[in-house]
Design a protein around this ligand. Structure first.
Ligand SMILES: Cc1cc2nc3c(=O)[nH]c(=O)nc-3n(C[C@H](O)[C@H](O)[C@H](O)COP(=O)(O)OP(=O)(O)OC[C@H]3O[C@@H](n4cnc5c(N)ncnc54)[C@H](O)[C@@H]3O)c2cc1C
Length: 380
């Protein structure tokens, strides 16, 4: 019997598992193949929903589902943390003391924020990139009525490259609706020489920021937050004061990747950009945020990659050559307010061309938010 093990119960892990269950249903039924998913959490979080939760437009129950509910019943689910992956012996140590062996491994362990890497940030800043941070920021935004909000991207790469831009536009609309926009200064900062990594998007966003009286600073690399003086201190020697700091903290890969020696310094797994195999390992694939690929850390990317990984593993199991390839396909909606959005798609060869923001695209995004759980189950 062939054992396929997926580590990580986020969007990348569950979709890969469900595609594998579909493609290998006969082999699973006959007992020739077993698909196991290891997740350290019972529930999956629909992270794009955090953007709405902080403005009180989504409840927690909208953005959390049991991983078990999302998985094809043919997939065995183990709720336990993987503590070490031994790629030489193809064995995984689990926190409960047991071990799992695999013939094929899919690493889908995602990314996490590490606000503690910026001194002073935990004490004096907010973030919305995980549930705990988003809950706290929701309270902070509801109380905030006057002063300066600093939205600061504190490291690249991070999940959903467009989310910091989206939150900035939504802050503008939020305080406008509340009638206090004139009392609230909004400043957005980004580490490189433009407000976003891609030129077309950057140009559009800069223009829209100016129209809305949203300030922005580039080449802004925070080193620390002085909690007492309420200023962000940068590598470039600047000090930027704030009344409310919304940080996009630095990100890292999962601790198990670092502890197993499978990643680079920050825990991203070196991955072949086309086959999605972990470099140097023929039976390990990587999917979603866990890779070191030069693509967005985004749910849509995880989705497109999962199709390739599942198709290739299914082919290998059936004794066929694994010929599916990933070409860097990504698709992102960009909310530019509470009633308008644009979207971009791109791949390794094709840069994005954002269209003029409009209501229709916004409503498509809202519809997608509601349909997400069907895509996670592999139904759409
Ligand atoms: C605010 C916000 C808005 C976003 N908006 C969008 C958007 O509009 N569109 C879009 O496409 N993307 C968006 N994203 C990005 C998207 O949510 C992520 O790219 C996506 O969730 C990545 O999926 P993943 O499965 O690779 O990783 P994750 O979602 O991080 O899942 C990894 C899972 O693996 C588990 N895990 C880690 N280590 C272990 C271990 N040792 N043992 C067992 N389990 C382990 C983790 O607990 C987690 O459940 C957004 C993200 C944020 C934060």
């Amino acid at each position: 019997m062939k054992s396929i093990v997926i580590v990580g119960g986020g969007v990348a892990g569950t979709i890969t598992a469900n595609y594998l269950a579909m493609r290998l249903k006969d082999e699973i039924r006959s007992g020739d193949v077993k698909v196991t998913l290891i997740s350290d959490r019972e529930k999956q979080l629909y992270e794009p929903g955090l953007l709405y939760l902080i403005f009180n437009r989504f409840e927690e129950e909208d953005i959390l589902r049991d991983v078990k509910y999302l998985l094809d019943p043919q997939v065995e689910l183990k709720i336990v943390r993987a503590t070490r992956i031994d790629a030489e012996s193809s064995k995984i140590d689990l926190e409960d003391g047991s071990k799992v062996e695999y013939d094929y491994l899919v690493i889908a362990t995602g990314s996490r924020v590490v606000p503690e890497d910026v001194p002073g940030l935990v004490e004096s800043g907010h973030w919305f990139y995980n549930l705990e941070g988003a809950r706290r920021l929701r309270e902070g935004l509801a109380k905030f009525r006057k002063g300066k909000i600093l939205v600061s991207v504190m490291g690249i790469p991070h999940k959903c490259p467009v989310a910091p831009i989206e939150v900035t536009f939504l802050l503008h609309d939020f305080y406008k609706i509340h009638g206090v926009r004139k009392n609230v200064e909004i400043l957005y900062t980004y580490p490189i020489n433009k407000v976003f990594t891609m030129n077309n998007v950057s140009e559009l966003v800069e223009e829209m920021f100016r129209e809305r009286n949203i300030g922005y600073k580039t080449f802004f690399n925070p080193l620390e937050v002085d909690a007492e003086r309420r200023v962000v201190v940068t590598l470039e020697g600047e000090e930027e004061p704030f009344d409310l700091l919304i940080a996009i903290p630095p990100h890292k890969g999962s601790q198990v990747i670092i502890d197993s020696g499978l990643g680079d310094r920050d825990g991203w797994v070196p991955t072949d950009r086309y086959t999605l195999k972990a470099e140097g390992y023929d039976n390990i694939y990587v999917v979603g945020d866990a890779t070191n690929l030069p693509v967005s850390k985004a749910g849509s990317v995880a989705h497109f990659e999962a199709e390739v990984v599942a198709e290739n593993i299914a082919a290998e199991v059936k004794g066929l050559p694994p010929t599916a390839r990933y070409f860097g396909k990504a698709m992102c909606f960009i909310e530019t307010g509470f009633d308008q959005a644009t979207y971009i798609w791109f791949d390794y060869e094709t840069p994005p061309k954002p269209v003029k923001p409009n209501k229709f695209i916004h409503w498509m995004k809202i519809a997608y938010n509601r349909m997400y759980w069907l895509t996670a189950r592999g139904i759409l």
